[in-house]
Design a protein around this ligand. Structure first.
Ligand code: NAD
Ligand code: DAU
Length: 352
């Protein structure tokens, strides 16, 4: 691909910041425009190591603002989009479903419209890359894997909003011949993960000696992928993915929550110099998440066979690096857990 002006939405969030960093460093010939509304989940500190690069710039824009989106396309001659901006936390979607409809559905359609309007007759020369989740497929039983042809069966307001956004992207490909690609990825973990999600929340709670709230029986299963491997997959699909295709991305790495939490406790005790078993005493079983999906697991053989992608980081390595990152970035943790985070945490966990 020759020189591109790539609009990355949600670039100040967890996964988005890793994608922006990868593209800014790896492709000096591309201009990377990070568009983000800086909600509670967006933090420009996540990009302090690349924000002075000459091929990087930031636009504070909400994807609900259709006019502002059109202006960004025109101002920066946007050639391609990698769309990650979203409300991403299932628990928040249970409390405030409409926020998810606005950003994830209407925001995505606004972005599709802005791209369609700006790219006009040359839609096939541009790419709209939509980053989605495995949660659109619903829940698995004890066996089986999600493939790209598994029927959509979203169970939470979050996954329903992401499923809807996927359908709109596909509809724009069919109806207007926009060149699109969608990837559906499993649970990510790694540096800059907001501490409302399982792994960073529990790391933070171990550091601050707070209870570790395990939902239900703790036997729910997730497939974990190191975030930098997700960013590498996005790079590959952006450059080599087939037009209008979907690719599943996963870690080949299933863990029951309670087993993962016990491993995390063990590693944290080692790194903090605690006596073995110290952090496990913080484990507290709490009321289950409503509509909690029992098991997710991805069959990532299509992206492996067709594009040669596979995870490069083992779970042991990735989890250890993640813990080290949080332990040496406690100032970041303190910033993101001050202010509104306190009332979120109180409301979320007070009566469970
Ligand atoms: P995140 O919550 O950490 O970041 C979301 C970013 O989007 C934030 O920077 C936020 O400020 C921005 N944003 C939110 N609403 C916006 C709006 N209306 N306008 C502009 N910007 C807005 O999310 P994440 O975990 O990095 O996830 C990124 C994407 O990847 C999402 O689309 C999510 O559905 C998808 N995904 C996440 C995972 C995961 O495990 N975290 C797995 C698969 C797919
Ligand atoms: O599968 C991909 C999805 O993974 C992404 O699309 C979402 O954006 C991302 O948030 C994540 O969703 P999950 O709901 O799987 O992630 P979360 O970290 O919230 O929860 C992981 C598991 O841990 C889940 O079974 C619920 C459980 N859990 C979570 C929290 C926050 C607990 O037991 N206690 C908790 O306090």
């Amino acid at each position: 691909m020759s020189s591109r002006n790539i609009l990355i939405t949600g670039g100040a969030g967890f996964i988005g910041s890793h994608v922006v960093r990868l593209f800014v460093n790896k492709y000096p010939e591309y201009k990377i425009i990070n568009l983000d509304a800086l909600t509670y989940a967006g933090n420009l500190e996540n990009l302090s190591d690349v924000d002075q690069s000459s091929n990087y710039l930031f636009e504070k824009v909400n994807i609900l603002d259709a006019d502002a989106l059109s202006q960004v396309f025109a101002r920066h001659h946007v050639t391609d989009v990698i769309h990650l901006a979203a409300e991403s936390h299932v628990d928040r979607s249970i409390h405030s479903p409409l926020d998810f409809v606005y950003t994830n559905v209407i925001g995505t359609v606004n972005l599709l419209n802005a791209a369609k309007q700006y790219w006009k007759e040359n839609l096939d020369q541009h790419l709209f890359y939509h980053v989605s989740t495995d949660e659109v497929y619903g829940a698995l039983g004890e066996t089986g894997l999600f493939t790209e042809t598994t029927a959509y069966h979203p169970n939470s307001p979050y996954s329903a909003s992401k499923a809807s956004s996927d359908h709109f992207v596909r509809a724009y490909a069919e109806t207007y011949h926009m060149r699109t690609v969608i990837t559906n990825c499993s649970n990510n973990y790694g540096p800059y993960h907001f501490p409302e999600k399982l792994i960073p929340l529990f790391i933070n709670n171990i550091i601050t000696k707070k209870p570790l709230p395990v939902y239900g029986d703790g036997l729910y299963t997730r497939d974990w992928l190191y975030v930098k491997d997700h960013a590498l997959a996005i790079d590959l699909v952006f450059h080599k993915g087939e037009k209008d295709e979907t690719y599943n991305i996963g870690g080949f790495n299933e863990w029951k929550n309670i087993d993962l939490v016990k491993l995390l406790c063990k590693l944290m005790d080692e790194k903090l110099g605690n006596a073995p078993g110290t952090s496990e005493t913080l484990i507290t079983y709490v009321k289950d998440r409503p509509g909690h999906d029992r098991r997710y697991a991805i069959d990532a053989s299509k992206i492996n066979k067709e594009l040669g992608w596979k995870p490069t980081v083992t779970f042991e390595q990735g989890l250890s690096e993640t813990i080290d990152w949080y332990l040496s970035n406690q100032e970041w943790l303190n910033h993101v857990t001050s202010g509104a985070y306190q009332s979120y945490y109180q409301n979320m966990y007070a009566n469970r």
